[in-house]
Design a protein around this ligand. Structure first.
Ligand SMILES: NC(=O)c1ccc[n+]([C@@H]2O[C@H](COP(=O)([O-])OP(=O)(O)OC[C@H]3O[C@@H](n4cnc5c(N)ncnc54)[C@H](OP(=O)(O)O)[C@@H]3O)[C@@H](O)[C@H]2O)c1
Length: 285
């Protein structure tokens, strides 16, 4: 739990409003809890399977947050852990088993998978009806058409955060620093659908600083400060900054930005809440 009072006391120069992911997550969770009540009365106990492989796994805090949220919501969790050297077909075979298990309602594959494993092959193996992060080609196609059943969790969380703070997207200039399939690309779709003009930046982008300076809203999700740090001199006065990758120098940026979503206690809890929501939706058929 982030202590925002302590945050603002120790960051006396911060003027920006700190976007509180715990508050937004609590709202999403309250909606999900209603769905859970109905499921319980129908005798359904939702179960989420989480598939991941490899050592030094980057998403461990995410996994811990998922476990905590499942316990709180009353959702069962089945962890399917594989070593770095597990052959791809073994992971796919587990995913197929989960697809066919009527007691499992949702499947989340955590990336990155080991280099030798073809992520698309694993992704394609997930049943679209259990695909909790909208990664299957079928669901992603529907998503691009605006007809998805399950929204990709992090992009949906970012949109929910912006909505909660009344930050409209229509006509706004946005920079997203990430072009991955789970963050940047789907977020681009959602924001363009709301009327924003979105520039998708990445490691090959020239003049990244210039792009950022022109943006009214910046979402950064690089996740490696040895590669990229968003600094105050890249952010224009009054901008909204969402840090989904612990990339931003928010103490300084907060002096001139209008809103900041911190790397801790910002988008993360809302992402997990969106995942819980998807699991309950997948169990409600
Ligand atoms: N808070 C949350 O809910 C949440 C959810 C999901 C992910 N995340 C975090 O977001 C981060 C990224 O996750 P991911 O799975 O999308 O990782 P990823 O696939 O490694 O994506 C990283 C992105 O950063 C770009 N990048 C790398 N170096 C850069 C540089 N110097 N300048 C500009 N862009 C650069 C990469 O560009 P290229 O494509 O050119 O390599 C890529 O698009 C991680 O920290 C992850 O933990 C947070």
């Amino acid at each position: 739990m982030v202590d925002y009072d302590a945050f603002s006391k120790t960051h006396l120069t911060i003027h920006a409003k700190v976007m509180d992911g715990m508050e937004v997550a609590a709202l999403v969770n309250a909606e999900t809890a209603e769905g859970m009540k109905k499921l319980r009365s129908d005798g359904i106990s939702p179960v989420l399977a989480v598939v991941y492989a490899g050592s030094g796994y980057g998403s461990v805090p995410y996994l811990n947050a998922i476990k905590k949220a499942c316990a709180k919501m009353g959702i069962g969790i089945e962890e399917c852990t594989f070593s770095e050297k597990t052959p791809e077909k073994e992971i796919i075979s587990k995913v197929t088993e989960l697809n066919n298990n009527p007691l499992v309602n949702g499947i989340l594959v955590l990336f990155p998978l080991p280099e030798a494993v073809n992520g698309l092959s694993v992704t394609q193996a997930v049943s679209p009806s259990k695909d909790m992060d909208c990664i299957t080609p079928h669901n992603r196609g529907l998503f691009v058409l605006g007809k998805e059943r399950f929204a990709p969790c992090t992009p949906a969380a970012i949109m929910r955060m912006l909505d909660y703070y009344g930050i409209s997207l229509e006509g706004r200039d946005v920079v997203i620093i990430n072009r991955s399939d789970i963050v940047g690309k789907p977020l681009f779709q959602l924001m363009v659908a709301r009327g924003a003009t979105v520039t998708l930046c990445h490691s090959k982008t020239k003049n990244l600083k210039q792009h950022c300076l022109e943006a009214e809203i910046i979402v950064t999700a690089v996740g490696d400060r040895s590669k990229f740090v968003l600094t105050e001199n890249m952010v224009r006065e009054g901008a909204v900054v969402i840090d989904a990758g612990m990339d931003a120098d928010l103490d300084e940026i907060g002096r001139s930005a209008s809103y900041v979503a911190p790397g801790v206690g910002g988008i993360g809890p809302v992402t997990v809440a969106m995942l819980m929501k998807n699991v309950v939706a997948a169990s409600s058929v």
